[in-house]
Design a protein around this ligand. Sequence first.
Ligand code: SF4
Ligand code: SF4
Length: 159
Amino acid sequence: MATYGLLIDYEYCTGCQVCEVTCKEEHDYPVGKWGIRVFDDGPWEIEPRRFNFNKIPVPTDLCDLCTERTAVGREPMCVHHCLANVMTYGTVEELAKKLDGKTKQVLWVPQFKPYEAKGPFAHDPSKGLRKAQHLQVSENVSAERMAAQRGDKRVEEIH
Ligand code: SF4
Ligand code: SF4
């Protein structure tokens, strides 16, 4: 099963935040919750008259890669509406090829609601003070939805 992701060319991201808005509209996320957020890296001065200033869109744990749309062959909402056309949806294999030869790109492989997918983290004394493990599995997310989004073998493990 292929794993899917989002490739974002942040060199040409304008920071318009349309991806944030369309994602919220599509999923009906309330104020204070997002499927993707656009962060600022800068501006700060590298040297006189030369600045670092990047806009970096980051899918959150509420990004399900628009499972309902992509399952029927449609693009994710953010990809469809990105005004600068800097977002691409596809398999990690396809997207990784596009990374080659173009700088200032980032390939995201979001994981929808890891809490529901794997259950809560809890301390495991046998693994040391800083180690934790997932203790239970929630049925909140359907196997089909997770399988379509995650595309890895852990889907079978958690259901
Ligand atoms: S792929 Fe869908 S869920 Fe993920 S950030 Fe884009 S619009 Fe939101
Ligand atoms: S919609 Fe496209 S150009 Fe606008 S902030 Fe999102 S990724 Fe950047």
